[in-house]
Design a protein. Structure first.
Length: 250
């Protein structure tokens, strides 16, 4: 249990993480200046992997080998709307019971959150936003689903969240009578790219299974602007692939 909790809390700092408070006693980090990504490894000894790791995220999504991935499935239920501004992103905390199964192993959906611009790029180009769905297994291992968000029509799912954006940092906000299901947010086409990477923020721990959806969802220019007006840009630069395999399920 201690190992699971430790990894989960580390993930919350990722902005890919399990999610409750930001920072704690850890060194403060950010996206600009002396606290920005190029300095993360020097801010805290625990952030060593941010510079020394060779399987870091995000990466550029380029050419990939075809793979079947028959052992991958998702089962998401509705959850009461509970969100937090953790100082690095807007994060929606998810009730227990929604899972992603990978070859017989269940990963519970713990939370999802947002980045602008997208952290992963595709063919060298970023999208206006990217959502990360963070799943945690009983042993503490992580699987994250990335969803690119392109500019287009207003997204009604996002509107449910943006209507209640918390300005105060560090306190979970429960929206009475409001429920949502992340399945309503995901693109209709379930094709994805897969690779092994890391948390995208300190401590940049490796061993994270990444699944980046092939198809994008739309979000309006005004919705992107609203997010940036509160959070500002929060994307780690693309990291070297270092020979890793990128797989693609059609």
């Amino acid at each position: 249990m201690k190992k699971t909790l430790t990894i989960a809390l580390a993930a919350s700092l990722c902005v890919a993480g399990v999610a409750y408070a930001s920072g704690g006693h850890k060194a403060h980090w950010g996206y600009t200046g002396h606290e920005g990504p190029s300095h993360w490894s020097s801010l805290d000894d625990n952030y060593h992997a941010c510079a020394a790791g060779n399987r870091q995220s995000p990466i550029d999504i380029g050419s990939a080998a075809h793979a079947e991935f028959k052992g991958v499935s998702q089962s998401y239920a509705s959850t009461p709307l509970k969100l937090v501004n953790n100082g690095h992103t807007i994060q929606v905390n998810y009730a227990k019971g929604s899972t992603m199964t990978l070859e017989g192993k269940d990963y519970q959906l713990a939370q999802f959150h947002f980045h602008s611009p997208s952290e992963h790029t595709q063919g060298g180009s970023a999208y206006p936003m990217e959502a990360h769905l963070v799943h945690v297994a009983a042993d503490g291992s992580l699987a994250v689903v990335g969803v690119f968000m392109k500019e287009g029509h207003e997204n009604s799912f996002i509107s449910q969240i943006w209507d209640h954006l918390p300005h105060e940092v560090g306190h979970e906000v429960s929206v009475s009578g409001s429920n949502l299901n992340v399945a309503d947010f995901l693109p209709a086409k379930k094709a994805f790219f897969h690779y092994n990477g890391s948390l995208t923020t300190p401590p940049c721990s490796e061993g994270v299974k990444w699944f980046v959806m092939d198809e994008q969802v739309e979000v309006s220019k005004a919705q992107v602007k609203q997010f940036l007006g509160l959070i500002h840009e929060n994307a780690r630069p693309v990291q070297p692939a270092n020979g890793r395999f990128l797989l693609h399920r059609m």
